[in-house]
Write a protein that binds this ligand. Structure first.
Ligand code: PMP
Length: 472
């Protein structure tokens, strides 16, 4: 099936088949907290079990097992590079999370900041893309006698749009770095990154290599999970994301950095495997070639393999070509297959999000934050209901089997900026395996939570952790 724009959409039967790949439907869980983490397909655990038969460290052995594990590990870098249209694996480093990936930029660039420089970020960032810069400017660099400002661009309180004029007014010839979210995990806003790039490029900042312009770091944690990310088109200098938001198990985040930066930047961590073989002396150390210069210590080998294979499995699950299987292979992934898969995910999750917005907005006293109905947003809806605690609503949803999240979602600055007191909202969020029934059940559950809050105060949570029905 295709929509009016020719994007493949998922038929009900296809969605049913996709859901058979996961454990949560058997437990009758209504998983609508996908902006935090998605559910992993069962096939990934089967893959890990099989990989464990040739379990070995990478780059650290001559056995067949080590060689095979190294091949799978390295091929994973290529899969991920293709996924984000990076020119090669040399641009990638593996981390524990988006948070660690962004922190690694902070530590690698730290010594380069000159007295009087500044960093510009926004009030809609996740704390991962604000607190490191706050700490750098307020706590770390002052200890070295350097004064660097952290500046925050505003957003429109009604529409959630990034205030580009304000951003442009903050960026000047002392702006070393502009840090911007690719998609807010609270407002749902997707800032126009081309405009942000243009503002950063035009700053006039003099880089160490003599070229002009500020660096751009994109926090793509939400954007990567819900649409195609193309680092070449974005012209991002750095881009960070995590795989636990796109079907993989926890524990792997990625930092993309332009190859020229990778060459010139100091490593983030120092130790084994990031040094050139044999090139360590009392007075001199040579670093390994890219990308291993940024891979100190034994990496999360199984996590990286599972993450890359999760992408392949996603293409198989939503792809238009049932005869082509990418999962469990190391074949060079076709960029068109990635485009198509992520367009399908974006269209499907986008449709569900609009449906949720329509249903929720009709509830008396309920206010949805961020872009209005019909406008593009990441597939999440955060809201508050007048007179009701978002935590009570989330607990009432849980009692009805609907998994949501209440809190500030680590978008603390944005909650303060909007004057939300306490700084919290309730959020539902969608991905490829959600159905329109999930949305309708979530909306109905919010309606009931608001209509009779006392009914849920004492209610035990829905018993989704019991033994599930046996696999058919
Ligand atoms: N940035 C955004 C926009 C996010 O949504 C998240 C996860 N909530 C993060 C950063 C942090 O990701 P991680 O927990 O994988 O470090």
């Amino acid at each position: 099936m295709s929509d009016a724009q020719g994007v493949r959409t998922l038929a009900a039967r296809e969605l049913e088949l996709i859901r058979t790949e996961f454990a949560f439907p058997l437990r009758e869980r209504i998983v609508t907290n996908n902006a935090a983490s998605t559910q992993p397909p069962l096939a990934l655990f089967a893959l890990l079990r099989d990989v464990s038969e040739t379990y070995e460290n990478v780059h650290r052995g001559q056995s067949d097992a080590s060689i095979r594990t190294t091949e799978m590990f390295e091929a994973s870098f290529d899969t991920i590079a293709t996924w984000i249209n990076a020119p090669s694996r040399r641009t990638l480093s593996m981390h524990r999370s988006t948070t660690e990936a962004i922190n690694s930029v902070m530590y690698s660039l730290m010594a380069d900041f000159r007295d009087g420089d500044n960093v510009v970020t926004t009030l809609m960032e996740h704390n991962s893309n604000y607190v490191p810069w706050h700490a750098l400017c307020r706590e770390i660099l002052p200890r070295f006698g350097r004064s660097v400002q952290c500046r925050l661009a505003r957003f429109d309180h009604e529409t959630g749009e990034l205030d580009l004029a304000h951003l442009a007014s903050l960026v000047d010839e002392r702006t070393k770095l502009v840090c911007c979210t690719g998609g807010s995990n609270f407002l749902g806003t997707k800032p126009p990154l081309d405009a942000v790039r243009a503002i950063a490029s035009a700053s006039g900042y003099r880089r160490p290599d003599g070229t002009r312009g500020s660096l751009l770091l994109v926090d793509a944690a939400q954007r990567f999970a819900s649409s195609r990310v193309d680092v070449e088109a974005l012209d991002a200098d750095f881009l960070a994301f995590s795989f636990h938001k796109l079907l993989a198990p926890f524990g792997v985040g990625i930092l993309y950095a332009k190859e020229s930066l990778r060459e010139s930047m100091p490593p983030f961590l120092y130790g084994g495997d990031m040094i050139a073989e044999g090139q360590v002396y009392p007075d001199r150390v040579e670093y390994n070639e890219l990308p291993w210069k940024f891979s100190a210590g034994t990496p999360n080998i199984l996590g990286v393999i599972a993450s890359a294979q999760a992408l392949r499995l996603l293409v198989d699950l939503v792809g238009a070509d049932p005869g082509r299987a990418w999962f469990r292979t190391d074949d060079a992934l076709a960029p068109e297959a990635v485009d198509e898969a992520m367009s399908t995910v974006a269209a499907h999750a986008g449709f569900l999000t609009q449906r949720a917005m329509e249903g929720l907005s009709a509830i008396d006293g309920l206010h949805v934050y961020g872009p209005p109905l019909g406008a593009e947003r990441t597939p999440l809806v955060a809201f508050n209901v007048r007179g009701h605690s978002p935590f009570d609503i989330a607990r009432a949803l849980n009692a009805q089997g609907v998994e949501s999240r209440a809190g500030c979602h680590c978008a603390t600055l944005a909650h303060h900026e909007l004057g939300i007191e306490p700084a919290a909202s309730c959020r539902v969020s969608f991905t490829v395996y959600n159905t329109r029934e999930d949305v309708d059940l979530a909306v109905a559950a919010v309606r009931r939570a608001v209509a009779s809050p006392e009914a849920f105060r004492q209610a035990p949570p829905a018993d989704v952790l019991r033994d599930p029905a046996p696999l058919a």
